[in-house]
Design a protein around this ligand. Sequence first.
Ligand code: NAP
Length: 258
Amino acid sequence: MSAPLALVTGASGGIGAALAMQFARHGYDVALAARSADGLSDVAAKLAGKGAKAHVLPVDLAVPEGAKNLLQGLKDLDLEVDVLVNNAGFGDMDPVAQADCSKLLSMVDLNIRTLTELSCALLPHMVERRRGGILNVASTAAYMPGPNMAVYYASKAYVLSFTEALYAELKGTGVSATALCPGPVKSGFQDAAAMKGSLLLKLSPMMTPKKVARIGYRAFAKGRREIVPGLANKMMAASGRFSPKNMTMALVKRLQTQ
Ligand SMILES: NC(=O)c1ccc[n+]([C@@H]2O[C@H](COP(=O)([O-])OP(=O)(O)OC[C@H]3O[C@@H](n4cnc5c(N)ncnc54)[C@H](OP(=O)(O)O)[C@@H]3O)[C@@H](O)[C@H]2O)c1
């Protein structure tokens, strides 16, 4: 019998590459998707060195036809997805009134639209076979509004809410849905979000992608609904849910000012 296949988006580096490594270590073949063909090939070579089969699918997932192109790429390679890891995403630190609106809309397309489209396309077959699952990478940003990164925080609130609802819908089907909600992680994210000068980065301890991926994989394998890696991040997420909203937003705004 062939190994199950995990499709990981945003697998050319950071948390996605580390998640691909976790799935490979646990007996999965992996399909790696992101824009950078070179980055994906480097990750695939590392996985092959550990004995895993890795397929490389270079694709831009922030364009409206991104998900369709990826699904076609999988079909061309005759690959059936058992586990979908929706990890590709980016943020941008800029107040909305000063931001590049086209960048914000690309963020919505990647963080929300593509994640939803891939889920809609791949879930029916998983349910039919009564196995598989979805691991969606949200963020502690999902638990509160994020002044100066408003669209990013809102996009992650969508990812968390969507995944929690999927978890309930899928109960009893043999298919699972898990939201991984990391706090700050050292990766390409900080450069992409142009947030290097922020107080948030100066003050926040950063986890490694490897540690986050290990915790995320374990939660997925147990069929958990959501997981926030690390005690400080758990407290941050809880305070987002239960503290007075104006107080939380004032703090987040202060932390996210450059
Ligand atoms: N780092 C953090 O502090 C943090 C915290 C909480 C949640 N997260 C979430 O974790 C996920 C992974 O981020 P990361 O920290 O690993 O950041 P990263 O190192 O910047 O990785 C982002 C990945 O997404 C891919 N990607 C970006 N734009 C894409 C596009 N248009 N089409 C296809 N792939 C694209 C990138 O590859 P290419 O550039 O090759 O396309 C890369 O593989 C994101 O959803 C992020 O929101 C990150």
